[in-house]
Design a protein around this ligand. Structure first.
Ligand SMILES: [Mg+2]
Length: 370
């Protein structure tokens, strides 16, 4: 089966209610993504998603990766990963180019599954689980009353773990936000807090110390990903776990994190770290270092479902991030829907990702095609 063409669909879905901010970043008014389709001579089409800045993904697919992949065997997933990565040469082993590579790699795995009529997770190696423990992620910067209502809604939906955003730019002090959520969900629900790289070491240490009485399960991305030594120091000093990795790339990036003993929980994002091919290597590496994986996924249902297949095959797995805030790109664009029941999500069983796009819905949100 030969690769014949590529198409990137840039989607933007306006939100009814703007989403609150995170550290260093204001409210979000629409959810955006870039879906990548890989076409073949047998008529099968693979679907993937890239974390890359959506409007920049189509030209990168066309000018960087298309020339490397046209005419190649679509089922040679690992070989094509090497061809793409080595093809980047001196242009970048991290960043936007690897994010686009990631989206293409996911589409190639979707193709591979469709070609043999199997869900991706069965092709990734040993299946460790077909139902994944999930946590509800949301609670962006907002007023205390809204935080309380949102936390309550997750408990009512039977989530046993929830995550809120804290950090720079939040009008509600970190301690007040965490206390509000802890008091709302009670002692038996796990609470995690995400700083989105908002602080430096001193501020993260001060914030972490203030949050210790609230039994946080983890503190996420306390400082920017470059400062692995600071992650390590925070891990040694604070009582809660330290999580990170959503902004990291490839096995080499994660190896450095593990070598430095920087995190208790690793959070690869498949749309960024190098797709499923590289994600699988990262999962093996994490297991070797004894670091559990919790997937990061934020964009559309495509990447979230890729993360489900991945989680099924992760040897050492902690949880699936279920981003719960308003997101038409999660809820509206495919026939299949993502649901959590009692804090568990079932892996999809259809061939490939197991997703069928609804063309009219895709057309509704389409802002660029390339
Ligand atoms: Mg995060």
């Amino acid at each position: 089966m030969t690769i014949t063409n590529f198409q990137t669909l840039v989607l933007a879905a306006p939100l009814k209610k703007p989403m609150g901010g995170i550290s260093h970043s204001g409210p979000v008014y629409s959810r955006k993504t870039a879906l990548i389709q890989v076409m073949t001579d047998e008529g099968l089409v693979g679907l993937g998603e890239s974390f890359g800045i959506p409007e920049l993904v189509p030209p990168i697919v066309q000018h960087v990766f298309r020339p490397l992949l046209i005419g190649q065997d679509a089922l040679d997933t690992e070989g094509l990963w090497d061809r793409m990565y080595r093809g980047l040469g001196y242009h970048g082993q991290k960043g936007l180019l690897v994010e686009v590579l990631s989206g293409i790699d996911i589409a190639l795995w979707d193709l591979r599954g469709k070609a043999v009529g199997q869900p991706i997770y069965k092709l990734l190696g040993e299946t460790h689980r077909t139902t994944l423990p999930a946590y509800a992620a949301g609670m962006y910067f907002s007023q205390v009353d809204n935080l309380r209502a949102e936390a309550r809604s997750y408990v009512e939906q039977s989530f046993s773990a929830v995550k809120l955003k804290i950090g720079v730019g939040n009008k509600v002090p970190d301690e007040v936000a965490v206390r509000t959520v802890r008091e709302t969900v009670g002692p038996d629900v796990r609470v995690m807090a995400d700083l989105n790289c908002g602080y430096d070491y001193e501020k993260a240490l001060e914030a972490g110390k203030k949050l210790e009485p609230y039994d946080l399960h983890w503190l996420e991305e306390p400082v920017p990903p470059e400062y692995l030594e600071d992650y390590h120091r925070l891990r040694q000093t604070l009582t809660m776990k330290i999580a990170g990795g959503e902004a990291e790339y490839t096995r080499w990036g994660f190896k450095a994190m593990f070598e430095k003993e920087a995190v208790d929980v690793a959070q690869p994002d498949l749309m960024r770290c190098g797709g499923l091919t590289e994600g699988r290597r990262i999962a093996q590496l994490a297991a070797e270092y004894g670091v559990p994986v919790s997937t990061h996924a934020w964009l559309s249902i495509v990447g979230m479902v890729a993360s489900l297949h991945y989680g099924a095959a992760c040897p050492l797995f902690e949880s699936f991030e279920f981003e719960m805030t308003e997101n038409p790109l999660r809820d509206d664009i495919t026939v299949q829907k993502l649901r959590a029941e009692r804090s568990q999500v079932k892996v999809f069983e259809g061939p490939g990702l197991g997703l069928d796009l609804i063309d009219e819905q895709v057309a509704r949100y389409l802002v660029m095609k390339g």
